[in-house]
Write a protein that binds this ligand. Structure first.
Ligand code: NAP
Length: 309
């Protein structure tokens, strides 16, 4: 392949505009050449009303980047793979485990790259936290992921529908960090899912988890947070405490702090994707999605107040 990798984005919503477009523009090895979105329009580019139209009549593409909600992703991913394109999946990689397994098999058959991106794993302080944990026996790990859904997801009806995951849409980011920094398998023991009586997906969830060795892990996710927002993971190990904050972008240990911002996550995802395309590799880790699926399988539903956006 010569010249930059030619990309087409499907689903030109918040994350495509806020993160994908600037990350692609900042990488000389990539070029955004087309967008498929039913209602939204990307300025200065050929736009198509559907991924089928983009694939059939648009400019030549090497890869397709899927930025729609998870419920809409499978069909577009399958069509792109069948057309011989490399595929970049936003998180979560699908609305179910089985559909993502089907995509892995298809990508293998087609000999193209498939990337299930977990952007929070590329947060600045995650590698340092992983190194710190690797040298210690963990006593306890606590996740607090609380944000204001009205601020971060205004009008996103899909998030409340089956396959939208509700509060697990951001919560899965915490689980993607957890399954990256803890080397052992993690099992879900119990879950309580607070679901508004007028919605199909939880607005808050509490998970009880443990490593195979029995190290306790507690996770609390809440979409009703106003005021300060929390995307924190606290690890206690041998009398020391590590706080991984801001979704993995800050780290503090015994008073020493290191703060950053999220600007590096998507450029790093695209560097990884370009490397995968080069080797026609498949990088799809289902561990975070499996924990969410287990929470729905094993969780107790607790009906709660109706939610209006
Ligand atoms: P969004 O603002 O709602 O944008 C998604 C876009 O996908 C919509 O604008 C819509 O554009 C298109 N779409 C295609 N089929 C759709 C359907 N059935 N229902 C609704 N929209 C559909 O959502 P987003 O925040 O960008 O999130 C998209 C994905 O990125 C999610 O999986 C989310 O977890 C992930 N993500 C989001 C963030 C964030 O901060 N927002 C961060 C990281 C990852 P058209 O109507 O023009 O087709």
């Amino acid at each position: 392949m010569s010249g930059p990798l030619r990309l087409g984005i499907v689903g030109y919503g918040k994350i495509a505009q806020d993160q994908h477009v600037p990350a692609i523009a900042g990488n000389d090895g990539l070029e955004l050449v087309a967008v498929a979105s039913r209602h939204n329009h990307a300025p200065g580019l050929p736009n198509y009303a559907s991924h089928q139209e983009m694939l059939a009549t648009g400019p030549a593409l090497d890869a397709v980047v899927l930025c729609q909600p998870p419920q809409a992703r499978f069909e577009a991913a399958r069509d792109a793979l069948l057309a011989g394109k490399h595929v970049f999946l936003e998180k979560p990689p699908g609305a179910s485990l089985s559909e993502v397994e089907a995509l892995i098999a298809l990508a293998r058959r087609q000999g193209v790259a498939l990337f299930a991106s977990w952007h929070s794993r590329y947060a600045r302080c995650v590698p340092a936290a992983k190194r710190w944990l690797a040298e210690r026996r963990i006593d306890r790990l606590t996740i607090t992921w609380k944000e204001d859904v009205r601020h971060w997801h205004p009008g996103q009806e899909w998030i409340w529908q089956p396959g939208g995951f509700g509060v697990f849409d951001p919560g899965i980011n915490a689980l993607s960090i957890l399954t990256e920094i803890v080397s052992e398998p993690i099992r879900l023991i119990a879950a309580a899912l607070e679901t508004p009586v007028n919605r199909q997906a939880p607005i808050a969830a509490r998970l009880e988890l443990a490593t195979a060795d029995g190290v306790p892990i507690a996770a609390e996710f809440d979409f009703r947070q106003t005021g300060p927002q929390s995307w924190d993971i606290v690890v206690e190990a041998g009398g020391e405490t590590l706080c991984l904050g801001h979704g993995g972008n800050s780290l503090s240990l015994a008073g020493a702090g290191d703060d950053g911002d999220i600007d590096g996550e998507y450029p790093a995802l695209y560097r990884r994707f370009a490397a995968l395309v080069h080797e026609r590799g498949i990088d799809v880790d289902l561990a975070p999605l499996r924990l969410v699926a287990d929470a729905f399988l094993r969780g107790r539903t607790c009906p709660t107040d109706a939610f209006e956006d």
